[in-house]
Design a protein around this ligand. Structure first.
Ligand code: ADP
Length: 143
């Protein structure tokens, strides 16, 4: 299987609920290496740009408000089969449909406030990683 990179964001609900440590631990225990990570607060413009693909959706305004409502933690993660394995780890977008033991099933309150983002393809992983991090901020992590 190919080594892939995915971009995750520990969303503002995750940080507000003091779950950033617990969720990061689960990510690392599942075998993902952290290549880049920061605590930041998105502006509405940055959040809106990140989710531009959803611009026409009814929930876009709410999503942009939420994603800019507090601190969040974007990270670039690396692992074999990272895209699919990360989405398996976090569970379905709607936590009420997420499999038992997944991060969203365990911690998320609603489809809007669902704790984490995960890239949906290798190509989007690259685009999303570059949205938050310069090349110099991506660290080779052999640990
Ligand atoms: P995912 O984050 O699982 O890839 P999507 O790309 O479909 O899911 O949606 C992006 C984000 O938009 C979701 O994680 C969620 O925060 C929000 N969202 C999606 N669908 C809804 C909805 N019906 N109502 C409110 N927010 C939503």
């Amino acid at each position: 299987m190919a080594v892939e990179r995915t971009l995750t964001i520990l969303k503002p609900d995750c940080v507000r609920k003091n779950l950033a440590g617990e969720v990061t631990k689960r990510i690392q225990e599942a075998g993902f290496k952290i290549l880049a990570m920061k605590l930041t607060r998105l502006t509405k413009e940055t959040a809106g740009g990140f989710y531009a693909v959803h611009k026409e959706r009814p929930f876009y305004g709410e999503l942009v408000e939420f994603m800019s409502s507090g601190a969040c933690v974007p990270m670039i993660l690396e692992k074999e089969n990272a895209i699919e394995d990360f989405r398996t780890l976090i569970g379905a977008t709607n936590p009420s449909e997420a499999a038992e033991g997944t991060i969203r099933a365990d911690f998320a309150d609603s489809v809007g406030e669902n704790i984490v983002h995960g890239s949906d393809s290798v190509e989007n992983g690259k685009i999303e990683g570059a949205y938050f991090f310069s090349e110099a901020e991506v660290i080779a992590n052999n640990s």
